[in-house]
Design a protein around this ligand. Structure first.
Ligand code: FNR
Length: 187
């Protein structure tokens, strides 16, 4: 029997009232799977600059890399900015991927939930993120796909998820991701 997998949760929005953050909180608080979720914050990461690597890498980069390395898997919640991933999230991917040859992401199973107030559920951002997973060697869960649109209407004033269908979907998603992680750990 394997121990509960540690999953780093990354949220691609930095704003306080983020729908993605609320969705991430909803999934984590469901306790739908044996997964052990830990948020990996990205808002304090200085922009990636390879020159700094050779002098003194910022402490924020180093602790972020340690956190990702210590996780078994990564779960991403992303908004869509101009049909792609927000810069803050791309920066986190870049920071974690270096120094060259010791990427913190290497081999970690990943999954994406994209959340938007719009109708198409941030499909573009979701797919762009998956493109990076290929190069980062992160086996991405294929199904279920998660493009959550119309998210503005899904939370109450306290930020709690009130949409029952979405709650059931998050439940299934967490269970599927748990199985996916077990499959990739046994390889
Ligand atoms: C957006 N938004 C947006 N929405 C979308 O569905 N497709 C898009 O391409 C964009 N582009 C975009 C660019 C920028 C710079 C901003 C600030 C916003 C709207 C976006 O989905 C909305 O602000 C969400 O609420 C952002 O997610 P959080 O912060 O609520 O998690």
């Amino acid at each position: 029997m394997l121990t509960a997998a540690k999953v780093a949760v990354l949220v691609g929005s930095l704003r306080k009232e983020s729908l993605n953050r609320k969705m991430a909180n909803a999934l984590v608080s469901l306790n739908a799977s044996p997964l052990n979720f830990q948020f990996a914050e990205i808002g304090n990461l200085p922009l990636y600059n390879e020159d700094l690597e050779k002098q003194y890498a910022p402490e924020e980069w180093l602790s972020f890399r340690r956190q990702i390395k210590s996780a078994d898997a990564a779960l991403f919640f992303t908004p869509e900015y101009n049909r792609s991933v927000p810069g803050a999230l791309k920066n986190a991917l870049d920071v974690g991927s270096r120094p060259y040859g010791s990427s913190s992401w290497d081999g970690k199973p990943a999954a994406v939930i994209s959340v938007s107030p719009g109708a198409i559920g941030a499909f573009g951002a979701n797919q762009h993120l998956r493109q990076s997973f290929v190069f980062l060697n992160m086996p991405a869960m294929q199904q279920p796909e998660a493009y959550i649109g119309g998210a503005k209407e899904m939370f109450d004033a306290e930020g709690k998820l009130t949409n029952e269908t979405t709650r059931e979907f998050l439940n299934k998603f967490a269970q599927a991701f748990s199985s996916w992680i077990e499959m990739t750990r046994k390889r």
